[in-house]
Ligand binder design. Structure first.
Ligand code: S3P
Length: 187
């Protein structure tokens, strides 16, 4: 396929788009694909968090624990939600421990839930060392089940990523965003 090419014309977002879902759902790669194709700014919330804190997430968990990480995550979310609209790939646990996170995202933007199973996620992430919450497949299967209601409650729109390519998913999500006016083509 030659669909990695940018779309002709220029596009912009009318509000931020937050991608949520379990680790390995494709939040970062799909938002990057959309960014390249439509010339829209994208940011990975975890990468931004690591730069802001000058520490990798695994070290924040190891040195300060999950609670501290979740506080920083909420702060970063609020920060990004208040900026000019962009595609935001969120961490997989963004809707789990801090109920206000879903509120921040829903009130400030459009929330897209990328569905994936733990088994498929494990196939997509061969090395889970940088993901302290993944641990192993058994734990991931349990964690995902606990999290699904939170993802569903936070989402404005859900899409199953199982067996689909990033390019294909990006197309469908772009069509959806254009249809509801969250992404618009400029004349
Ligand atoms: C987490 C997912 C990670 C990262 C952190 C915690 C989680 O993000 O925020 O390790 O609790 O699911 P990705 O989903 O981008 O891997």
């Amino acid at each position: 396929m030659t669909e990695h090419k940018p779309h002709p014309g220029s596009y912009r977002l009318t509000q931020p788009v937050f991608f949520i879902g379990f680790m390995g759902a494709g939040k970062t790669s799909i938002s990057q694909q959309l960014a390249v194709q439509y010339g829209i700014a994208s940011i990975d919330a975890d990468e931004y968090l690591e730069l802001r804190e000058d520490r990798i997430i695994a070290d924040i968990f190891a040195e300060d624990g999950e609670e501290v990480f979740r506080d920083i995550e909420t702060d970063v979310l609020r920060d990004l939600a208040g900026r000019s609209p962009r595609l935001i790939g969120c961490g997989g646990g963004v809707v789990t421990k801090r109920p206000e996170n879903a509120q921040i995202m829903r009130e400030n933007g459009h929330v897209v839930y990328l569905q994936v199973t733990a088994d498929e996620a494990a196939r997509r992430i061969p090395n889970t060392d940088s993901r302290p919450m993944f641990k192993n497949l058994d734990t991931a299967r349990k964690t995902i089940v606990e999290r699904i209601p939170n993802y569903e409650a936070a989402a404005h729109y859900s899409i199953n990523t199982e067996g689909r390519s990033v390019v294909d998913l990006a197309h469908e999500i772009a069509d959806h965003l254009l249809e509801i006016g969250v992404m618009v083509k400029e004349d």
